[in-house]
Design a protein around this ligand. Structure first.
Ligand code: SAH
Length: 223
């Protein structure tokens, strides 16, 4: 990642940190390893991010918005000018689980051979980092920026959106729309819907306001 100009590494629950083996392999990129942030779960790692792209060698339970490596690199490069973005890689042996993949707005898959599509983690990191590098060099080359790269509001961050999901779920339970005992895939589908929209802070505040008013009206009715 350092070769391709990427600096910020966040490790989720590493087996060993600091690790002598990792220090040895880092060679001259020790600064990345020394500066790595260590957290205990993925939610924490992406709390400040408004674009999260997960990586996977195969498609999962319900289809998710997919990007090619080139598309993901372009998104990472444009969005990282205004907000924090994350590219999430999985465990060498087991990859990312469904719950982790569902915390991502998009998934990216390197189109490897169908019969052997799973790359080693380091190789996958290099392929996707190189795409980001190429996209960054291309953007630096273009002096005039496109109008649609601007937005009047900041995109909502991971923790803002998580609070919204909690609130939405609470209200859906209160109006008897959602049965937590039989959740089906409701919250998963809500996450996919809002992930696709990439909601901004103003839009999120409007929705939170609507939910709060619903709660107030329920209370008034029951009083
Ligand atoms: N058996 C695991 C393999 C994990 S490979 C699985 O099927 O999920 C380790 C990591 O490398 C993955 O979690 C992902 O981050 C990355 N990776 C491997 N192959 C990939 C591919 N074809 N496209 C995107 N990421 C890939």
């Amino acid at each position: 990642m350092r070769n391709m100009g990427l600096q910020r590494l966040t490790l989720v629950e590493p087996l060993e940190f600091p690790s002598g083996v990792a220090v040895g392999r880092a060679a001259s990129a020790l600064d990345v390893l020394e500066g790595a942030e260590v957290v205990s779960d993925l939610k924490q790692a992406i709390a400040g991010c408004s674009l999260v792209i997960g990586t996977s060698a195969r498609s999962r339970s319900i289809p998710w918005p997919m990007l090619t490596p080139e598309q993901s690199a372009e998104k990472v490069v444009t969005e990282s000018q205004q907000a924090e973005v994350a590219l999430v890689f999985g465990r060498e042996d087991a990859g990312l689980n469904n719950e982790e993949l569902q915390q991502c707005h998009f998934h990216v898959q390197i189109p490897a051979d169908d019969d052997y599509s799973s790359l080693n983690l380091a190789a996958a990191v290099m392929v996707l980092s190189y795409e980001i590098r190429k996209a960054a060099l291309k953007l630096a080359d273009q002096s005039d920026r496109k109008e649609d790269e601007y937005w009047d509001q900041a995109k909502a961050t991971g923790d803002q959106v998580e609070h919204f999901y909690d609130h939405l779920e609470r209200v859906m339970v209160a109006i008897n729309f959602h049965d937590p005992g039989n959740p089906r895939q409701l919250m998963q589908r809500m996450r996919r819907l809002f992930g696709r929209i990439r909601i901004d802070v103003m839009e999120l505040n409007i929705l939170r306001g609507i939910l709060t008013n619903i709660e107030l009206n329920i209370r008034k009715d029951t009083d």
